[in-house]
Write a protein that binds this ligand. Structure first.
Ligand code: G3P
Length: 220
């Protein structure tokens, strides 16, 4: 299973890499738009520098198949760790086919239906990004879509995306996703329960009472 970070914020990426078992970073034009620098290439290069050998998924914005293919080829030259994100539209599907044939690693994105995911996999996409929260908001059963895609495709990984809470992340994995991409803030919130803090606090005070506040390193 894989955990990716859905952010272009360098501080958030740095903090999350320190704490969480991160397999890569995903971005899209809206996520990049939230960050300070208007210099696209310098933002991408800063993220690549921050994450070392981990994959970075970057989305094309072209309207036609040829524009998307051109952008994808340029992006893929920035680093061998780039995955080119392509939305699964009619033009996008053609671009996924052509880019994959050219050896570019592709992540199919904006997936709201099983047929999009299955077609993108046939076209050669390595990851299939399913937009869970957006689907839930539109009354689409994302768990069923993930189940249908992951039970059908063999050569692509279903990547749950667009999450607003940890419950959706768990449901996506349970439905068959092998990877998810989340904002680090969601992980921080999921691990900030008062129940966890109270259990850990009680262990600490029992330890201090018995061993006078000394650390295990002092005693071992
Ligand atoms: O990677 C992009 C996808 O996660 C969209 O997320 O939060 O804009 O629905 P959101």
């Amino acid at each position: 299973m894989e955990l990716l970070l859905d952010t272009a914020n360098l501080e958030k990426i740095r903090g999350a890499l320190d704490k969480y078992p991160v397999s890569g970073v995903t971005t899209n034009p809206s996520i990049l738009g939230k960050e300070g620098s208007a210099d696209f290439i310098s933002t991408i290069n800063s993220i690549l520098e921050e994450i070392g050998t981990l994959p970075l998924h970057v989305q094309v914005v072209g309207k036609t198949k040829d524009e998307m293919v051109g952008e994808g080829l340029s992006l893929s030259k920035l680093s061998r760790n780039i995955y080119v994100k392509v939305p699964v539209t009619k033009d996008g599907l053609g671009a996924i086919k052509e880019l994959s044939k050219a050896g570019v690693k592709v992540t199919a994105t904006a997936i709201y239906s099983s047929i999009q995911g299955i077609l993108a996999s046939i076209a050669g996409a390595r990851y299939l990004a399913v937009y869970c929260n957006r689907m839930e908001g539109s009354g689409i059963d994302y768990e069923n879509v993930i189940d249908e895609i992951s039970s059908t495709v063999k050569d692509s990984v279903v990547l749950g995306a667009s999450f607003k809470n940890a419950g959706q992340v768990v449901k996506a994995f349970y439905a068959g996703a092998r990877a998810v991409t989340v904002d680090p803030g969601l992980l921080d919130s999921a691990l900030s329960s008062p129940l966890i803090e109270s259990a850990v606090g009680a262990f600490r005070s029992d330890w201090d009472e018995k061993y006078g506040g000394r650390s295990i390193s002092e005693l071992v």
